[in-house]
Design a protein around this ligand. Structure first.
Ligand code: ADP
Ligand code: MG
Length: 681
């Protein structure tokens, strides 16, 4: 394919029709360049060619043999189509079977010299099951070498991809080197073109290792350059300094009905120091559900109001906005601070009046939803923006709260625990304060794994709680029954509970899911908040922030389908009042992996521990709330602290030496795409 160039669509490649073009597009591969950079997930080392007599059960290897006999068959009981062969070399004979691939019997013929690669079993004689196969040549792609295994999704098999990618490798020479030459030389990294070739079809395990090292570093380095640039850009902007005032701080603390925890004091101190600077703060306040983030934010809002400036507090839903407005108003009203609330549902006349008071500065704090960041909301002097559960909004919306030359100080709050390494990478432009301590007196939530045969007992327990006046959440993974997976849908669950399980309570069971209109959702949540609904059946929409102290049971169906951090969030919805609470995890699975994950929830009560465990067991793609970034790190492990700090160190050094990256045009080009994905511009 000599005429091909990197920017051609993949359909320009021989053997890729529009149907396959569509499949590739679904995994983000549109051009020849994309396909070259579509890396294997792992490799199998089939490099050793072993005489049949030397092959041992359990061995992963290649044999080179002649087809003695091959035929298509149907298995007697399951009626599965198979191809069965006997092959031999000078040293011995081997049986081969391919399940569900009967066509192999017409592709390979008696007398063919072939490579077979795979694992050998002992099953009344040596047998290879579903081996890779290829007619012998001097340059095989599927056997007798280290073989790439691609992410096998959406109908793209490794066997199909290998011969498409291999003839493209010469084009790797035309890819830009994005790492600065100085770093490449000093750290001895493999150049990009060579590394692309080695990562697809490695010459040796050592070469593969070096190629991977290079790409792992490249990913982290790109991320760190982008993050450090964003940080520098922010620090070059001005913000209103809010001077720290000890008397103001003391007065606020003295008026609280409780003593701040040590962690709350620490975080508040960091925030007050940040806002005292003439550059905008960009801080994340991270703390488990119930750790008391709102009070910390209120303390900063108090300071800002005392200094004569305004704040806004943005919440992801109307219910949460109302909750925040109530709480913050009760904390701040005694100081004469005026709190306004603006929601999508605020009537036009009230909205107009409110906006006037915001514009003339008589409202000190405006609490609300998305409605806050609409065009016509003008503050007299906004100095602080607080956003609760920012990842629920999407990154772009954060930017529209900047106004004019001065940037407001920015504080975001989240209950999603972010492991330290993630904090350095995806959130590297953020300073982080952690509330790693709970206010005293909170009852721990008892967590139980419920196997299928104990379901009735769990229902009895729920009935008893509801009869005693308590309330119950039931979480289901999907809205509609999909489903050979047997996933319970919230809709069907409601029917089942109303008809079969709790017919006497039917009128007090309600449904909540993400496809309902906002107003409907708010209405259902309102009824639950007021205690009119006893059992709320919901999809995962319910997870964040809502405070129902009377709810004592969190029951999760098909718990194995959720990430640990998300299950922990669910659990945080109960145990918020004076009654003892229980989290019931239902699962029909009993494989060791599921058991290990779910048991972690029974034994661990810290969201941070659970997030780390989740990251280790399932990778960061599953880390709740950050799935939108899930594909960015394909090679680098976010558990690799040394790698991340290396990448960060090099990024800082490079930007110190060449702040505009004038000397690195290829890196600059690569970053512009990267920055778009991360919304860093
Ligand atoms: P979250 O971090 O989940 O947003 P909240 O700010 O909603 O937590 O606080 C949860 C509850 O704990 C609130 O009722 C709040 O008044 C209470 N609270 C906060 N800090 C303390 C404290 N230091 N001591 C006792 N109760 C506290
Ligand atoms: Mg909160």
């Amino acid at each position: 394919m000599p005429r091909l160039s990197l920017d051609d669509p993949v359909t320009a490649i021989t053997g890729i029709n529009t149907a396959y073009g569509g499949k590739l597009e679904r995994v983000g591969v549109k051009t020849v360049r994309d396909l070259l950079l579509y890396f294997p997930r792992k490799h199998r080392d089939f490099g050793n060619v072993t005489p049949i007599a030397w092959v041992r059960p359990g061995m992963q290897t290649t044999v080179r043999a002649r087809v003695y006999h091959i035929a298509r068959q149907v298995t007697p009981r399951k009626h599965m189509q198979i191809a069965r062969a006997t092959v031999s070399d000078d040293s011995g004979q081997l049986n081969v079977v391919w399940f569900n691939q009967p066509y192999i019997a017409s592709y390979l013929h008696e007398g063919d010299q072939i490579f077979l690669a795979g694992e050998v079993d002992l099953n009344g004689g040596l047998v290879m099951k579903n081996p890779e196969y290829e007619k012998v040549s001097s340059d095989p792609s599927h056997a007798a070498r280290i073989v790439p295994i691609y992410p096998e999704t959406k109908g793209l098999t490794s066997r199909w991809l290998r011969p498409k990618i291999r003839p493209l490798l010469w084009l790797a020479e035309q890819l830009d080197e994005v790492l600065p030459g100085e770093i490449l030389a000093r750290r001895g990294f493999m150049p990009r073109a060579a590394a692309v070739k080695q990562v697809h079809f490695p010459e040796s395990m050592e070469a593969l290792e070096r190629a991977r090292d290079r790409f792992e570093f490249e990913e982290i380095f790109l991320n760190q350059v982008a993050v450090q640039q964003a940080k520098r850009a922010r620090q070059s902007h001005a913000a209103d300094p809010i001077p720290f005032d000890e008397a103001t701080a003391r007065a606020f603390v003295a008026a609280l009905p409780f003593k701040l925890t040590h962690a709350q004091r620490g975080a508040a101190w960091q925030i007050l120091k940040d806002v005292a600077r003439p550059q905008p703060m960009n801080r994340l306040l991270e703390g488990d559900v119930g750790s008391g983030k709102t009070v910390v934010a209120a303390m900063a809002i108090h300071h800002v109001a005392r200094a004569g400036f305004q704040s806004m507090l943005l919440a992801p839903t109307e219910i949460l906005a109302r909750q925040h407005a109530d709480v913050v108003d009760s904390l701040l009203r005694p100081f004469g601070i005026v709190v306004g609330m603006l929601l999508g549902s605020t009537p036009a006349a009230a909205r107009r009046a409110l906006l006037t008071s915001v514009a003339d500065g008589s409202v000190n704090l405006l609490v609300g939803t998305h409605a806050l960041i609409e065009e016509d909301v003008r503050f007299r002097h906004l100095a602080l923006a607080v956003v609760d559960e920012q990842h629920r909004f999407g990154v772009g919306q954060r930017l529209s709260v900047r106004q004019g030359e001065l940037w407001p100080h920015f504080l975001s709050m989240t209950a999603t625990p972010i492991p330290r390494t993630l904090g350095l990478t995806l959130f590297g432009d953020l300073d982080i304060s952690v509330l790693n301590e709970m206010p005293p007196g909170r009852l721990p939530v008892t967590t139980r794994l419920v196997p299928p045969d104990e379901r009735q007992g769990a229902y009895d327990f729920i009935r008893q709680q509801v009869s005693a006046g308590r309330q119950v959440f039931v979480i289901c993974p999907l809205i509609q029954e999909s489903d050979k997976l047997g996933v319970r849908s919230a809709t069907q669950e409601v029917q089942k509970l109303q008809r079969d399980v709790f017919p006497d309570l039917a009128s007090r069971i309600a449904l909540l899911h993400g496809r309902m209109k906002t107003a409907e959702k708010e209405e259902v949540m309102g009824k639950f908040q007021r205690g009119e609904v006893g059992i709320l059946v919901s999809t995962s929409v319910v997870e964040v922030g809502i405070d129902i102290p009377n709810a004592t049971v969190m029951m999760v169906e098909a718990a194995e389908r959720f990430g640990l951090a998300q299950l922990h969030q669910f659990r945080g919805r109960v145990g918020r009042g004076v009654h003892e609470s229980t989290c019931l995890l239902f699962t029909d699975m009993d494989d060791p992996e599921t058991m290990r994950r779910l048991t972690a929830l029974v034994t661990h009560h810290s969201g941070f521990d659970l997030a780390e465990i989740d990251l280790q067991l399932r990778g960061m793609g599953e880390l709740h709330g950050f799935r939108q970034h899930g594909n960015e790190f394909k090679m680098a492990s976010l558990l690799d602290v040394a790698l991340i700090s290396d990448g960060q160190g090099e990024a800082v050094r490079l930007l110190d030496r060449d702040p505009t990256l004038a000397g690195e045009p290829a890196l600059r080009r690569q970053l512009s795409a990267y920055r778009r994905v991360f919304a860093l511009d």
